[in-house]
Design a protein around this ligand. Structure first.
Ligand code: ADP
Ligand code: MG
Length: 446
């Protein structure tokens, strides 16, 4: 059996032993490097995955290979080349300092919607997602502090809160506190003013898990940095979990104090990258589901591919806007509706160019009439501009094959598909068509 096939079987088998969440977070990122005699070598994306899988799922992995697949060999895990991080201490410590009362009723600062269940994990956030899940198992100290960094609106707050919410689900009496560095600063200033610093310190130093959001805003603020430094040390020394987020890596935050930068690197640093179009689509589909909205996948994909922003908050905003527009006009969600309602949120080429612009540019270039393009005429002087228009409408506006067919005298979608594919091929290897497309694009975008 080839490795890819074996791996497919492994994943299938894994589902019998572990939850979907465990399979997709911990097992899927592994790869088979080698199956040789009595040893199977798997590769983990980095030391963090390796440590965690070795700690928690080695018996399961052996069982999968030995019993499930009847491959009688031992399993070992190596780390992908060039990705070796400082080893995290793999040492189990149960969370301590648990208080009497369930903590949820108190003010945790958490939004309960920010759960792992509501989060779409994908390649862009895989590492941070896995790290937050690991921390949520309650073995604080293993990855302490956990530092998550990434651009605005990419899910940092959601993920850190998901860890907090999961901890409270599993250990309801634990004290979890979410705070942004700005609120921390403001509270500190108020406490200083009203001479209630003891109260302030007690609040932050008597918790089991601190979720400290947007730590970059501490930079340059000496007094808050000082106060945070002591809070950090107190919690750290008591083996309490700290999760931090920032828009940059610790070292990249300007004016951040050295002693904090070095502490941030004690645990695990995980990134979130910008989402791919597939991930954006999946996030919108999930959101639509949460909003009880019937969103066709092709509409989600259209928005994902054409929206200007990488910010997921804005992506969700676009979906809300589309949904409001649809219910106002009493129309189902469609690509056309998305194009109309989201006009200014879409990338420039889609915003600027309309169906009419394309038809006009093509008919003027070839000096033909639209009526001819719609007609049954099949001479080259008509069929080439017709095919080109179809291609451009698909390429620039992502119109559906049917929409394009309707526009050209009710041609069926296979005719349109053929035309589009013909031009696509020529755009790659026919110099003449290339230059025609280029000059039409020039008229469209200038
Ligand atoms: P950040 O803190 O990085 O600026 P947030 O965590 O506030 O970003 O995320 C912005 C919005 O996008 C939130 O509504 C969040 O729920 C949503 N979101 C971000 N990433 C995802 C994801 N992977 N799956 C589902 N929703 C997401
Ligand atoms: Mg945030």
């Amino acid at each position: 059996m080839e490795d890819a096939k074996i791996w497919e079987e492994v994943l299938k088998e894994a589902k019998k032993h572990c939850s979907d969440e465990v399979v997709s977070t911990w097992i899927k990122p592994l790869k088979i490097v080698e199956v040789r005699g009595d040893l199977i070598t798997l590769q983990a994306p980095n030391r963090f995955y390796k440590g965690w899988v070795e700690e928690k799922y080695m018996d399961t992995m052996r069982k999968i290979f030995n019993e499930g697949l009847s491959i009688d060999a031992d399993v070992r895990i190596v780390v992908a080349e060039g990705k070796k991080r400082t080893p995290a201490a793999v040492e189990e410590v149960q969370p301590n300092g648990v208080t009497e009362q369930p903590y949820y009723s108190n003010n945790t600062g958490l939004n309960r919607e920010n759960t792992f269940e509501n989060f779409v994990a994908g390649s862009s956030n895989q590492f941070s997602h896995a790290a937050c899940l690991a921390v949520s198992e309650g073995h604080f100290q293993m990855y302490n502090p956990l530092f998550i960094y990434g651009g605005v609106g990419l899910g940092k707050t959601h993920l850190m809160q998901a860890a907090g919410n999961r901890i409270l689900e599993r250990f309801p009496k634990m004290k979890v506190l979410y705070i942004t560095s700005e609120t921390f600063t403001n509270e500190m200033i108020n406490s200083l003013r009203s001479k209630k610093m003891d109260e302030f310190r007690n609040k932050y130093r008597n918790i089991d898990m601190l979720l400290f959001d947007d730590v970059q805003f501490l930079a340059g603020k000496q007094r808050s940095t000082e106060e945070f430094f002591h809070t950090f040390n107190t919690l750290y020394d008591m083996h309490k979990q700290i999760i931090l987020t920032s828009d940059k890596t610790p070292g990249e935050i300007p004016e951040m104090e050295e002693r904090l930068i070095s502490r941030f690197a004690w645990g695990l640093i995980a990134d979130i990258q910008t989402p791919t179009a597939e991930e954006k689509t999946a996030i919108m589909m999930k959101r639509a589901d949460m909003m009880n909205l019937r969103l066709p996948e092709e509409v989600a994909l259209f928005i994902a591919e054409n929206i200007k922003t990488e910010n997921i908050r804005e992506l969700i905003g676009a979906l809300v806007r589309l949904s409001a527009y649809a219910s106002f006009h009493n129309e189902p969600l469609s690509i056309d509706l998305a194009r109309k309602s989201l006009d200014r949120f879409l990338v420039k080429k889609d915003r600027m160019v309309t169906q009419d612009d394309i038809i006009k540019a093509v008919t003027e270039y070839f000096n033909v009439k639209l009526a001819d393009l719609k007609s049954k005429k099949r001479t080259r002087s008509v069929s080439v501009p017709r095919q080109l228009s179809m291609y451009l409408l698909r390429d620039k506006l992502s119109m559906s094959l049917q929409e394009v067919g309707d526009l050209f005298g009710g041609r069926d979608h296979s005719t349109v598909l053929h035309a589009v594919q013909t031009i696509e091929k020529k755009v790659r290897d026919d110099k003449e068509i290339q230059s025609i497309v280029e000059s039409i694009e020039k008229t469209l975008y200038s």
